[in-house]
Design a protein around this ligand. Structure first.
Ligand code: H2U
Length: 334
């Protein structure tokens, strides 16, 4: 597909405009300056390093692998609000309760996921499972969003390897769209949308980047960001706590392999926002859900030129120049 076209994202029911012929346009705009990555293993000024004091005066303990704590500047609070909210057709607001957690992936300030070994990343996966389970067990929590914001260019406030978990009362918009699409698909076909999608991707072999026994990493057909990818379990698993022991390890390993590929792409610590979309924690089975981890990296053609979602993207649709197939080929060769 070399001519302008639009592609359908069946998971979010939205379009992306693809303009392959435009990939060669010259760039005289903004370039990013990536901070040099010469961090010490322990930084006395980092609030996520062991033994240091956080903003609320609490001391980060002398942890050995993964450490999870409640965000001192949480966007959501568990307390019930007694404030009156407007509820008309034109002015509608709802109180939103929740819990925000920060997860330190390692006590080592100088590492990132691609530099950690599978056993260490497996501990991150186990901590995600524990948080999904315990946060989801609160009767006021319907959805648990696990994510990682990596790199200053993504607005990450600290280079210490860490992620966040926001658990809340309502299903937020992105997972809600995916919930609706997967439900409709499952009802019609009796299989998960992503099982059928993955089977077709395995047959075509043009957007696959890496695979192991239980997981596949690929550039989705409907990718928006230049090097957007997705890690999908081969088995239709609704939530991370349903992964078997060996699947958890293979998930950790695919997270490592994919982020290593990313780091090799532009020979830099590759920035991205990544997160797991999975079944809500509303006490129902959700056989329609097929969990996946999405990676949205902003870089476009080098370590210093990023994709801007402005202009047409803000006003109309997301748009991309290099095709997902080309991006997959570049990533496979990285
Ligand atoms: P980001 O780097 O992705 O912003 O995540 C760091 C989080 O850590 C951020 O949400 C929290 C911030 O609120 N934080 C604490 O909980 N305690 C601190 O002492 C500083 C930062």
């Amino acid at each position: 597909m070399d001519t302008p076209h639009r592609r359908w994202n069946p998971l979010t029911a939205s379009w992306v405009l693809v303009s392959p012929h435009r990939a060669k346009r010259p760039w005289q705009g903004q370039t990013e300056t990536l901070a040099p990555d010469n961090r010490p293993p322990h930084d006395p000024a980092c609030y996520l390093c062991a033994g240091n004091v956080r903003a609320n005066g609490e001391k980060t303990p002398d942890y050995q692998d993964v450490f999870v704590f409640t965000n001192d500047f949480a966007a959501l609070l568990p307390e019930e609000s007694i404030e009156a909210m407007p509820n008309t057709d034109l002015f509608k607001a709802q109180a939103e309760r929740g819990i925000c957690r920060v997860i330190c992936f390692s006590p080592r300030h100088d590492l990132t996921i691609p530099q950690m070994d599978t056993a260490a990343i497996r501990k991150v996966v186990d901590a995600w499972c524990h948080e999904y389970e315990t946060l989801g067990a609160h009767d006021f929590i319907q959805y648990v969003q696990i994510f990682e914001n990596k790199g200053a260019v993504m607005g990450c406030s600290n280079p210490h390897p860490h992620g966040q978990i926001w658990a809340q009362e309502h299903i937020p918009d992105e997972p809600a769209k995916k919930q609706a699409a997967q439900s409709a698909y499952y009802e019609q076909h009796g299989t998960t949308l992503l099982s059928d999608y993955l089977a077709e991707e395995m047959r075509q072999q043009v957007r696959i980047i890496a695979e192991n026994e239980h997981f596949v990493a690929l550039v989705p057909f409907w990718a928006v960001w230049p090097f957007e990818t997705m890690i999908v379990p081969r088995r239709a698993v609704a939530r991370i706590t349903d992964l078997t022991d060996v699947e958890r390890t293979h998930f950790a390993d695919m997270y490592r392999v994919l982020t290593q590929i990313y780091d090799r792409l532009f020979a830099t610590s590759f920035p991205y926002s990544a997160g797991i979309h999975q079944a809500p924690t509303d006490g129902t089975a959700h056989p329609e859900w097929h969990l996946h981890m999405a990676f949205y990296p902003p870089l476009l053609r080098s370590a210093t030129v990023k994709k801007f979602m402005v202009g047409y993207e803000m006003l109309a649709n997301p748009q991309r120049d290099i095709t997902p197939e080309k991006a997959a080929e570049i990533l496979r060769h990285a």
